[in-house]
Design a protein around this ligand. Structure first.
Ligand SMILES: [Zn+2]
Length: 224
């Protein structure tokens, strides 16, 4: 057993502890980024090949041969690149020259992520709102922030809070709200096999805890 696998075992034990301390951070190992992406792809491809072989698949078949490396590349380069803090989008500010003080809402930001309990997709729309203080940011940055937090194994509640927290720190205001509506394939395609249910989560901060602002946000969500 190599060193890498050994650490994994240690981590599994930690996961059984009760995490009473409040954190919205994705649980990451201290050595999460010591390996290069290419080294990770090699290791994951090897492990995924073993999974397929254990299931009884013949990896010499043309159609299956490339799958372990394809999955490994997808994990590292596409599905989970947002684990790395260095990949976080850089956001430049503009001064709020117009002194705009109403709600700014970006609606229906489409995202695809993966449930960290089953490693199958959940996907849907994020609605992101803020009431500007002194700073405003480019609208597409809101999409980029949602995308970044979706490109890691996720739970919807944590993703909602991570996006809200990031926006608060970037915008220098507490007045942020994030609402996410998602379909979870782990609920739709397996287990209970409910294909019609959606999950909605919401994080309201600062002025969005005041009834009139929350109502206004919901009104904007329903009319546009
Ligand atoms: Zn799941």
């Amino acid at each position: 057993m190599n060193n890498h696998t050994h650490h994994h075992d240690d981590h599994d034990h930690e996961d059984h502890h009760d995490h009473s301390e409040f954190t919205t951070q994705t649980p990451l190992r201290a050595d999460a980024f010591e390996l290069s992406d290419d080294a990770k792809i090699d290791i994951i491809a090897g492990h995924f090949k073993s999974i397929m072989e254990t299931l009884g698949l013949d990896l010499s078949d043309d159609s299956l041969k490339g799958t372990p490396r394809r999955v490994a590349k997808m994990y590292v380069k596409e599905s989970f690149w947002g684990l790395n803090p260095e990949a976080k989008p850089t956001v430049s500010h503009f001064k709020n020259k117009f002194k705009y003080q109403q709600i700014l809402l970006e609606k229906d930001i489409q995202f695809y992520t993966n449930c960290e309990h089953h490693f199958v997709p959940f996907f849907g729309n994020a609605h992101v709102a803020y009431i500007p203080n002194g700073k405003v940011i480019g609208l597409s940055k809101l999409n980029r922030i949602v995308e970044y937090y979706s490109k890691r194994p996720q739970v919807q509640e944590r993703m909602t809070m991570q996006i809200a927290q990031e926006l608060k720190s970037i915008l220098g205001t507490e007045n942020v709200a994030v609402i996410i509506n998602a379909k979870h394939l782990c609920v739709a395609s397996r287990g209970i096999k409910d294909n019609s249910s959606h999950t909605t989560t919401a994080e309201y901060c600062g002025l969005f805890n005041e009834p009139e602002n929350r109502l206004e946000l919901h009104r904007l969500l329903s009319i546009v």
